[in-house]
Write a protein that binds this ligand. Structure first.
Ligand code: CTP
Length: 399
């Protein structure tokens, strides 16, 4: 499972750093190409020479090599990696990762990484139990990082409690399970609609909605991480993408979104319709700015917009999977199930505006996934990144 994978092994300054040599060896044995990045403190615990010998790659620790001036690009490293494993992760480094304190090469690379990040904490039991550590780890989880929990046992202080880094062979096993479950969209084309649509009233005004596009963008990043080629058809939002496998088609109105989505759907394996498409558009947008002076308030006649989901539902061929969203305020389950049937979807993701933290503009969401056969699975309030992971786990398990 790790054959050919590019793995950054981040080592921070804790006594468990001596086990990182074994971890590096096991990763290389499993077929991975390993690039070690050490924090300055880590080098007090284990020699870079050990790691460079085991991985066949020079260890990186500083922003540049002093004698040659060669710059180490954390951005390039972040793009190169298929996974980043930080083991051991000390309380200090976890705190820096949680809060974006980029004062060494490892943290800058972490902040630039597009790949999944695995964190194996190791520290004394009191540090492990401190609320600050718990809070920082919960931040990392909310960023979509995977925490490989520390174990209980005898610690360097000779105290016994939780804080031992997970054993290297179990960390490798964790990665193997992750890749066997998650990299299964390689070679697939995923189309996603995201954001609001703007329907023109005149050259300076539009009818729109509060959608931020965050859910659709998180889905696009997740699909790309799993190896898919992604077409993201996006309404006007300020959110941006970073993964090189995502191509963004920017549109404004529902009519433009329909055209771009239909085109991309032709060879898509999975389409997810996360856009908040305006249901109506002004029938006759004015070519000139509508003036206030000397005019009665205008009456704007509206016409129905095309239903993109329903159109793709009609076009859908065998082997194509169509996933919709339903944002509801009342009768949530019944309305979502009805939309699923009406639009010929395979799955619908329901969020209720009654749930605090769900819906537009937030960084979190609370969803229920409903399948064609009526089965429904609800989850707790999570970051949109985590929700994107759950949605793809579900799609892959089902289809
Ligand atoms: N959708 C779409 N095109 C539209 C309207 C909705 O593709 N013109 C998609 C949304 O992206 C979403 C699903 O259909 O995946 C349901 O959207 P929603 O706005 O909840 O449903 P509507 O059909 O607009 O129903 P209503 O406004 O009556 O709730």
């Amino acid at each position: 499972m790790l054959d050919g994978k590019h793995i950054i092994l981040g080592i921070t300054g804790g006594i468990a750093a001596y086990k990182s040599a074994m971890l590096a060896r096991l990763l290389v044995k499993a077929g991975a190409e390993v690039q070690v990045i050490m924090t300055p403190a880590a080098k007090e615990f284990i020699a870079p020479l050990t790691l460079s010998t085991l991985t066949g790659n020079p260890v990186i620790s500083e922003f540049f090599t002093a004698n040659t001036g060669e710059w180490h690009s954390h951005v390039d490293l972040g793009l190169w990696a298929d996974a980043m494993v930080i083991a051991p992760a000390t309380a200090s480094s976890i705190g820096k990762m949680a809060n974006g304190i980029a004062d060494n090469m490892l943290i800058t690379t972490y902040l630039s990484a597009k790949a999944p990040v695995f964190v194996a904490p190791a520290m004394d039991l009191d540090m492990m139990a401190h609320p600050s550590t718990a809070r920082n780890l919960s931040y990392l989880r909310s960023y979509g990082n995977h925490i490989i929990e520390a174990r209980s046992g005898e610690l360097a202080s000779h105290l016994v409690g939780k804080g031992r880094m997970e054993e290297p062979e179990n960390i490798v096993a964790y990665l193997e399970v992750y890749f066997s479950r998650h990299n299964d969209l390689t070679g697939k084309h995923v189309m996603i609609t995201a954001g609001p649509t703007y329907e023109k009233i005149d050259p300076v005004r539009f009818i729109g909605n509060y959608s931020s596009g965050k859910m659709g963008y998180a889905l696009a990043e997740e699909a790309a991480k799993r190896g898919a080629r992604v077409t993201l058809v996006s309404g006007p939002v300020s959110t941006s993408v970073s993964h090189p496998s995502i191509s963004v088609v920017r549109v404004e109105s529902a009519v433009q979104m329909l055209a771009a989505a239909t085109k991309a759907f032709a060879d898509a394996d999975v389409a997810i319709l996360a856009a908040a498409v305006a249901d109506y558009a002004p029938a006759e947008p004015s070519e000139h700015k509508i003036k206030r002076e000397g005019n009665e308030p205008p009456e704007i006649r509206l016409v129905k917009n095309p239903d993109i989901a329903a159109t793709l539902g009609q076009l859908k061929k065998d082997g194509q999977h169509l996933v919709g969203f339903a944002l509801e305020t009342d009768n949530e389950m019944a309305n979502a199930a009805d939309k699923l049937k009406r639009k010929n979807l395979d799955m619908i993701v329901l969020n209720s505006l009654k749930d605090e933290g769900a819906g537009f503009g937030t960084d979190t969401n609370k969803i229920t996934i409903i399948d064609r056969d009526g089965t429904a699975v609800s989850s707790s309030l999570k970051s949109k990144k985590e929700v994107a992971t759950d949605i793809f786990d579900h799609i892959i398990a089902k289809f």
